[in-house]
Design a protein around this ligand. Structure first.
Ligand code: HAM
Length: 417
């Protein structure tokens, strides 16, 4: 029969060591900043993302995986494309005390054109601080992430880009200026022409070279801020410098989701190719209220793309303190008659917290030895007729080839030595 391949844009993780290393290190790191882990469902109402990310964003207009349930329910449900809206929904529904500092990780789904570092099912670590107004909180989040990448994951080859989108009022003001610039601009592409009316900020994401040339002269939002916002923008930069965080001001960084205001940022690496951002985030002060919170809850958060981080870590895998696997012992019953004994003996070794693989398929000793070698076993534990009768086991050192017989009752103590 023919093979059924995996769905386009998804991947199997055959080796989860780096994935788990990232998540474990992150959990340890952010616990120092008093973050708690949460988990929200993969399924959410489509309306949640329409209202939060914005109808005209690529994610909502083109990339949603809508789930069809068998009972033709009218509910419009989707696979989550990101975790911020879901985290804010969980905040509104559960009403925890603020500031709510939480992180979660898991699969996200976007119907994008797959390429290096871009999948239709991918994984994010997502973190949010909900109910935190101070721009210093943004500084601390960015610092926390930078320390994580640089110090815990030993990454050097990346840049931190920041921009400041101002308040809703700042943005409304600026959009007037941007729109009049775009009306007089000659030769922008069809997508940008459309975006000029639906979502003008996103023109800066255009990949067309001609458009980018034109936008060199476009007004920058950080130059059109109110006095108060300007102070916060200055504060952000100064405090980042105070903490020795290197960053680049990127006036074209607007992020692809509509909920952002004030601080936005991305960590990007040239080693990733076209999809170079491995972490992105920013402040979103209106979202909680838009999703039903009674009071305003100014907030800030970010998400790390685990697959992209894995691409960066793979080449430096050897420099990372990835946990060594524990010594493996392989139990080899030589015939069917020794299988129950092998099960019993393995059971006592597992109870003693030892890693034991039991070969139960009745292979020849030679083939079992070959398997144990491939598995990287430290000792082979051989049980034949004679050992069964004598209540012993033959213990073979896989490195030296030396072997000796041992009482079964002494086996756990011997291996734990
Ligand atoms: P985002 O920029 O859409 O932001 O995604 C964050 C990160 O997820 C990206 O920088 C990238 O590393 C990874 N990513 C996104 N799409 C894909 C894909 N198709 N394949 C592989 N990796 C991908 C958000 O999702 C916001 N919710 C972040 C946030 C949290 N803002 C505030 N709080």
């Amino acid at each position: 029969m023919s093979m059924i391949p995996r769905v386009k844009g998804t991947q199997d993780f055959i080796d989860c060591a780096i994935f788990n290393f990232i998540v474990d290190q992150f959990a340890q790191h952010v616990s120092l900043y008093h973050f708690q882990q949460i988990a929200t469902p993969v399924l959410e109402h489509v309306e949640l993302f329409k209202r939060s990310l914005g109808q005209h964003t690529d994610v909502v207009s083109k990339e949603m995986f809508i789930v069809q349930s068998a009972n033709e329910s009218q509910e419009q449900i989707c696979l989550r494309p990101e975790a911020t809206a879901a985290t804010v929904r969980a905040f509104v529904e559960n009403n925890p005390t603020t500031p709510w500092k939480v992180y979660s990780y898991g699969p996200m789904f976007r119907y994008e054109r797959p390429q290096k570092g871009r999948f239709r099912q991918f994984h994010q670590i997502n973190l949010e601080v909900i109910g935190a107004q101070s721009i210093s909180q943004d500084v601390q989040i960015i610092t926390m992430l930078d320390r994580f990448f640089h110090e815990k994951l030993k990454l050097n080859n990346y840049s931190l880009q920041i921009n400041f989108l101002g308040t809703v009022a700042d943005r409304a003001n600026y959009l007037k200026t941007l729109k009049s610039f775009l009306t007089s601009a000659q030769g922008i592409c069809a997508t940008c022409t459309q975006r000029a009316t639906t979502n003008p900020l996103r023109i800066f994401d255009c990949k067309v070279e001609e458009c980018q040339k034109i936008y060199q002269k476009a007004p920058h939002i950080a130059d059109h801020l109110s006095t108060e916002s300007k102070q916060e923008w200055e504060q952000l930069k100064q405090e980042l410098m105070l903490l020795s965080i290197s960053f680049v001001y990127n006036p074209k960084l607007v992020r692809g989701l509509d909920y952002y205001n004030k601080t936005v940022f991305e960590f990007a690496s040239e080693n990733l190719g076209a999809q170079n951002a491995f972490c992105g985030g920013g402040r979103y002060d209106q979202l909680a209220k838009e999703l039903g919170a009674r009071e305003d809850q100014p907030s800030i958060g970010a998400a790390i793309g685990i697959e992209r981080l894995m691409l960066l870590l793979e080449p430096i895998r050897d420099t990372l303190p990835i946990a060594q696997s524990r010594p493996l012992y392989v139990m080899m019953p030589l015939s069917q008659a020794q299988q129950p004994l092998a099960l019993l003996l393995a059971d006592t070794l597992h109870a003693a917290n030892l890693v034991v693989d039991t070969l139960l398929d009745g292979d020849s000793l030679k083939s079992m030895m070959r398997k144990a070698n491939k598995m990287g076993a430290v000792y082979a534990l051989i049980l034949g007729d004679q050992e069964q009768q004598n209540k012993t086991v033959v213990v073979k050192n896989m490195m030296t080839g030396e072997q000796h017989e041992l009482a079964q009752v002494d086996l756990a103590t011997f291996l734990k030595r």
